[in-house]
Design a protein around this ligand. Structure first.
Ligand SMILES: Nc1ncnc2c1ncn2[C@@H]1O[C@H](COP(=O)(O)OP(=O)(O)OP(=O)(O)O)[C@@H](O)[C@H]1O
Ligand SMILES: [Mg+2]
Length: 256
């Protein structure tokens, strides 16, 4: 299944969640592909890869196949990205089927249990391509008032995509960079639970110094500091994601 990690606000833990959910799923024996779909190339950089080399932009231009671009890291496959992805957005803007380019590229890849797409901090054509390629979205969110204000516009975009792509479902919102000592976190959590129908994952991801350090060592925090709170939170979150997707897939088969 394909899951986009989306939030159009910047710095909400999308890249960190993509990498560490992926690493935890791979550690548990699942076949995982990470797709860096942001021209910032943060996922590529954070896994110690070269964002100046061949990237997913080359697949869009027909200069490489996705198979040629795949690199292995921490038991996962990774499709790298870099600045060239910004030009892709311009190139596909006028094309027919402009929402389906990523979906068509990923179609060639079927050997994965989980494909995780790290989206850019915008509701751009690239993000719409990611949504159109996905079965699910996961929204990493900091539990503060400013983050909450962006939630409505994002869910509105998902509903628009749903009109042309009904399969897409919001798997849930995952609270990230949580400081459990602060009351604010509980208040925001309760507000979401009583005002939105979307699931809030039971597992929250706590802040840790190790998590902030990991990218500069080119590793996930799961690999860099395996016993840290954040690594263990992501492992428990990965289990919850497996459980929740299984239930959802069973519901789909029984309703067919
Ligand atoms: N659990 C955590 N504990 C400590 N620091 C964290 C944690 N999660 C993320 N961070 C840090 O917060 C910053 C933003 O995280 P990240 O890059 O994952 O966000 P993003 O949503 O991908 O950002 P962008 O919108 O720019 O793509 C990074 O410096 C990251 O290392
Ligand atoms: Mg990012």
């Amino acid at each position: 299944m394909i899951i986009s990690i989306v939030n159009h606000k910047g710095g909400t833990g999308k890249t960190t969640t993509t990498i560490n959910l992926g690493s935890a799923l791979a550690e548990a024996g699942h076949r995982v592909l990470l797709v860096d779909f942001d021209a910032q190339g943060s996922l590529t950089y954070s896994l110690g890869m070269d964002d100046q080399g061949p990237t997913i932009a080359d697949a869009f231009h027909g200069d490489a196949t996705v198979h040629q671009l795949i690199t292995e890291r921490e038991g996962m496959h990774v499709l790298p990205s870099g600045a060239a992805l910004a030009d892709v957005e311009l190139a596909i803007a006028k094309a027919d089927e402009r929402f389906n380019h990523l979906s068509n590229l990923l179609h060639a890849l079927s050997d994965y249990d989980f494909v995780l797409i790290d989206c850019p901090p915008s509701l751009s054509l690239l993000t719409l391509n990611a949504l159109a390629a996905s079965d699910y979205i996961i929204v990493p969110m900091q539990m503060d008032v400013l983050a909450l204000r962006g939630l409505d516009s994002m869910l509105e975009t998902v509903r628009k995509v749903n009109a042309i792509h009904p399969r897409l479902a919001v798997l849930g919102i995952v609270p990230v960079m949580v400081d459990t000592r602060k009351n604010m976190y509980q208040e925001i959590l309760q507000h979401i639970q009583s005002n939105y129908t979307e699931r809030v994952f039971e597992q929250v991801i706590r802040t840790s110094v190790k998590a902030a350090e990991a990218p500069s060592f080119g590793k996930s925090v799961v690999a860099y500091a395996p016993q840290s709170t954040t690594a263990n939170d992501y492992r428990a979150f990965a289990k919850e994601v497996v459980r929740v997707t299984k239930v959802h897939q069973q519901q789909l088969t029984t309703s067919d």
